[in-house]
Design a protein around this ligand. Structure first.
Ligand code: SF4
Length: 165
């Protein structure tokens, strides 16, 4: 199985908690005003890479990294392949953060089994479209104040949105 990838960072401190590898997945339908990653809205941008080869790049960064962040683009448009990758990431004992233009509610209420399947692998979801009029510097992980940093596993088990702390 392959993923269309717009970029990969071995080590980053600004895309989630602790040192992380970051995967930028191509393709997005949200069309946010002032999108910072317009090139990655295209589903053809970047390279088509085997999931196993991406995992090898991530594993090379263990034990420096604490986890992996999926960004984009819209990771949930590539949910099936990312679920496959997430299985391997979990086996390394790494946590998974994910940025999405979808809200948590849209994903959890979706009838798309692939999107729901991916959500179950995510530890922290930063959700919602970027809104220029709500742009904020208040949080180092979100771009606009509508976006939330959600503890996905607690939210699923408690059946309500629990914010990450
Ligand atoms: S979700 Fe992200 S990549 Fe997609 S249009 Fe919005 S800012 Fe751009």
């Amino acid at each position: 199985m392959k993923l269309q990838i717009g970029g990969f960072l071995d080590n980053s401190l600004v895309n989630g908690d602790g040192m992380r590898s970051v995967l930028f997945v191509s393709g997005c339908i949200h069309n946010c005003e002032s999108c910072q990653n317009q090139l990655m809205q295209s589903f053809d941008y970047g390279d088509s890479v085997l999931v196993g080869d991406i995992l090898k790049k991530i594993v090379k960064n263990v034990p420096i990294i604490k986890g992996v962040t999926f960004s984009g683009g819209e990771p949930f448009e590539s949910a099936l392949a990312l679920s496959k990758l997430s299985e391997g990431i979990r086996k390394q004992g790494l946590n998974i953060w994910c940025y999405s233009g979808y809200t948590y509610d849209e994903i959890i209420n979706s009838e798309d089994k692939d999107k729901l399947g991916l959500l179950k692998f995510i530890d922290v979801l930063i959700d919602g479209k970027f809104h220029e009029e709500l742009r904020t510097d208040a949080s180092k992980y979100t771009g606009s104040s509508n976006q939330r940093i959600i503890d996905v596993q607690k939210s699923i088990s408690e059946n309500k949105i629990v914010l990450w702390e």
